[in-house]
Design a protein around this ligand. Structure first.
Ligand SMILES: [Zn+2]
Ligand SMILES: [Zn+2]
Length: 378
């Protein structure tokens, strides 16, 4: 019996040895190295002094509510796209996936976090409170428990039927909006006001939001969502200095929407690459929105980012001939001097151009409110 066991162990040992020694490429099985599934695109955006520049998307959805991708899939997409931090912010009270009437929001979060750990990508726990206007949609980020919110967005009568108004529209359940808001505050959530110009194409600020922003109970607002942006948010930034963010709000696979373009993102300037550091940076307002080569937010943060992004080499000081190298994936368009058309600093390229010393350049797509950022390069 002992002999048989020894023979079995030896057979197993040699069979494994044989498997390991088989050449990776043979007539039986050829491996195509460039199809490695753990290949990640990089987005070049530099750190600034004292802070890491983290590329984040705090708004996306999964198949549990009304989207097409699993929680793990969202994390995989973000990792492949070169992002550093995401939130899979599933809708509260939206159950459009066939066969899914209710789901455990914490389970969705746990699945995303687990996948994030596998890939070394930070996943923030959060949800989207999804109500009709004027309350609208808000993301509650850095939660502990995502199952405390009201799933009944509309009114039901005592017989369990949906209540509808004279026009046949479902009647919103207004009573629980504020209690949901406060339930998030109890967990010290970072509260982000989503897509203020959607779905009615009217971008305005209701009194409730104005009050909450004044009281610092709403902490950021999306200037960009999905494929649209809201210029009026720049006015709100000028008035309230509320940080602006950009997110995908993706429902379909991300590549269908953005193809080969760099997806929208929020840049967070964090001391370290940890959830706690991201949270600290966001409550401190160290964020910029980035979409379609447009940066929006604090002028000083934008200036720091530009000075780290562009390196300048003087060719002829007297004539002001310089070579400006853009070390990023952001395209910067500028106006200065007599130029009628923008002088463009293309991503990952250098350009020779005449910029007299002390000239102020207008970075026309870098928006610190309605005004663009102006700065000297030398
Ligand atoms: Zn929404
Ligand atoms: Zn959403």
């Amino acid at each position: 019996m002992k002999k048989i066991l020894l023979i079995a162990i030896a057979a197993l040992f040699f069979s494994q040895l044989y498997a390991e020694e088989r050449p990776q490429n043979s007539d039986d099985r050829m491996v195509v190295p460039c199809y490695n599934e753990l290949l990640r695109n990089l987005i070049l955006i530099p750190d600034i002094d004292g802070y890491k520049t983290l590329k984040c998307d705090f708004h996306m959805h999964t198949m549990f509510a009304d989207a097409q991708v699993s929680p793990e899939g969202r994390v995989n997409e973000a990792w492949c796209d070169g992002l550093d931090v995401v939130c899979v912010s599933e809708h509260i009270g939206v159950h459009k996936s066939p066969g899914i009437k209710r789901f455990d929001h914490n389970l969705v979060q746990d699945r995303a976090i687990k996948q994030g750990k596998k890939l070394g990508l930070l996943v923030v726990k959060g949800i989207e409170i999804t109500r009709s206007k004027p309350f609208g949609h808000m993301n509650m980020l850095f939660l502990n428990d995502c199952n405390v919110f009201c799933e009944e967005r509309f009114m039901w009568d005592k017989d369990g039927n949906e209540m509808r108004d004279a026009n046949g529209h479902r009647i919103p359940n207004r009573a629980t909006e504020m209690s949901d808001f406060e339930a998030a505050e109890k967990q010290h959530a970072f509260i982000q006001w989503n897509h203020p110009g959607w779905p009615d194409k009217i971008c305005d600020m209701p009194d409730f939001h104005k009050q909450m922003i004044k009281e610092h109970r709403i902490h950021s607002v999306e200037i960009f969502n999905s494929a649209e942006w809201y210029p009026k948010v720049l006015d709100w930034y000028d008035e309230f200095k509320i940080p602006m963010v950009a997110n995908s709000d993706s429902h379909r696979p991300i590549r269908i929407t953005y193809n080969d373009h760099i997806r929208p993102m929020t840049l967070v300037f964090a001391k370290e690459y940890t959830i706690e550091s991201v949270r600290e940076a966001m409550f401190a307002g160290r964020m910029l929105a980035l979409f379609n080569n447009t940066l929006a937010g604090d002028a000083e943060l934008i200036k720091q980012l530009i000075s780290k992004s562009l390196t300048l080499r003087v060719i002829n000081e007297k004539k002001g001939l310089v070579e400006v190298q853009n070390n990023t994936d952001i395209c910067f368009r500028t106006l200065f001097g007599d130029h009628m058309n923008p002088v463009i600093f293309y991503p990952r390229k250098a350009i020779q151009v005449t910029i007299k010393k002390g000239t102020e350049l207008d970075f026309i797509d870098c928006l610190a409110g309605r005004k663009s950022v102006k700065m000297k390069l030398w």
